[in-house]
Design a protein around this ligand. Structure first.
Ligand SMILES: [Zn+2]
Length: 432
């Protein structure tokens, strides 16, 4: 039998092609602590001056890639990060389509205002020059993560984060204790990136302590690095109404100290690493990303006033509606859905039940942060919900979001390794 000679160039190609087809990941960080310090915002209303800082504010980008798809997962240490800013960063990224860039906020209540919330006189303390710099740094982080892509396998895990981390201050037990972790493992068998997904308000310090800070998220990042988890990135989840950090002291009062941020951030980091540790390594995990634009009616006078008065100049001709991007990502046996605001925990648990991964992650406050997201039966129902109802776009926001999110789930393929078929997801969806 005649053996066909293969030219050297072809051998090189054969050797090289499996490498380029491999699943790859990269992560990069930029510090965005303002110098000099700026006032901080914990929600609608005037910002509060600060006299010092604890930790650094950062923007972080985790890029995942296979031979056909690239996805960037970005987290920023702010209360929220409106798409009008996120799109400035997206426009400076080369090599990832803008709709595959998911930009979330950690929801620290101790960082500069990214919305332009008006004070009682109608003025805001937003610093546009600083925010443009943040957008530049964010784009740099994404581009660097892209350049640093390297072959990786993944560990994906879900477990209950135990200990005094979070609670629901409206109804103590109504929160989701599940912590999801995605770790990128390098060729040396060690993790170089750890994504932590958990629902909590990082408001240990709160906006009135006179401190600029990433709150508990800074110590979470530091601990994961110290413990060998590589560079960490935190994506919040369905933490609205009102899943917050459990910083209650023995007298029931909040402990608004950096030491408490250290305690909770360290504990959550240790729990995330404990949960990830036994997970099997997924070699060459599949990657899929879908995006769709969803629009919501704006009925809330408070949120309409923010939109109208903001120096960010929201690109809309219709002040009665807002549009935003929803994303669905399948990676390995996990499915990720984004939430453009602060969904209440019941919405989060419901969506996780209907999603199709073995691990179902929700990225709250991602691509936009349009206040709270309540179902129509919760909206305006209890006195304790007055604040979250006022700062929700409208009575139907939750219904519209759930419908659109589940349509995206049904129309998208299930993650690899998932038992759920499109038919069963459709059936589940119709039971709503
Ligand atoms: Zn909040």
């Amino acid at each position: 039998m005649k053996v066909q000679r293969v030219p050297l160039a072809c051998w090189l190609f054969l050797l090289a092609s499996p490498v380029s087809a491999e699943f790859r990941a990269g992560i990069a960080v930029r510090v965005v602590t303002p110098d000099p310090l700026l006032p901080v915002s914990g929600g609608v209303g005037p910002s509060v001056p600060v006299s010092k800082r604890e930790g650094d504010l950062t923007v972080r980008a985790l890029v995942l890639a296979d031979e056909t798809t690239k996805v960037a997962i970005v987290s920023a240490d702010f209360l929220g990060f409106p798409s009008v800013l996120g799109n400035q960063a997206r426009a400076k990224v080369r090599g990832i389509p803008p709709e595959n860039i998911l930009i979330g906020a950690t929801h620290t209540h101790s960082a500069p205002d990214c919305y332009g919330f008006p004070d009682p006189s109608g003025k805001s303390s937003i610093d546009l020059k600083y925010l443009h710099l943040v957008c530049d740094r964010m784009a740099e982080a994404i581009n660097e993560a892209l350049e640093k892509l390297r072959p990786a396998s993944l560990k994906i895990a879900t477990g209950e984060a135990k200990g005094k981390i979070a609670f629901n201050c409206y109804a103590e037990q109504l929160y989701d204790p599940r912590c999801h972790v995605i770790q990128a493992i390098g060729a040396d068998g060690k993790p170089f990136a750890s994504l932590v997904n958990y629902a909590v308000h990082p408001e240990v310090l709160g906006s009135k302590a006179g401190i600029l800070s990433p709150d508990l998220i800074g110590p979470l990042y530091d601990r994961i690095r110290e413990k060998g988890g590589g560079t960490a990135i935190f994506m919040n989840s369905a933490q609205g109404g009102m899943v917050t950090a459990d910083n209650r002291g023995p007298d029931g009062q909040s402990i608004r100290l950096w030491a408490e941020c250290l305690r909770i951030g360290t504990l959550l980091a240790d729990e995330a690493l404990r949960i990830a540790q036994p997970a099997p390594e997924q070699k060459n995990p599949g990657l899929f990303c879908a995006a769709k634009t969803v629009s919501f009616p704006v009925e809330s006078p408070v949120l309409r006033a923010v939109m109208m008065s903001s120096p960010l100049r929201y690109p809309t001709n219709d002040t009665n509606r807002v549009a935003t991007q929803l994303n669905l990502v399948n990676v390995g046996n996990a499915q990720i859905l984004t939430i453009p605001g602060e969904a209440l925990p019941n919405i989060g648990c419901y969506l996780k039940r209907k999603m199709r991964g073995e691990h179902n992650l929700l990225f709250g406050l991602t691509n936009d942060g349009f206040g709270y997201i309540l179902t129509k039966v919760d909206w305006g129902s209890f006195t304790i919900y007055n604040y979250v109802s006022r700062t929700c776009l409208g009575e139907m926001t939750g219904e519209i979001f759930i419908d659109e999110a589940l349509k995206l789930v049904t129309e998208s393929p299930a993650p690899a390794g998932s038992n759920s078929s499109p038919t069963s997801a459709k059936t589940q969806g119709s039971k709503r």
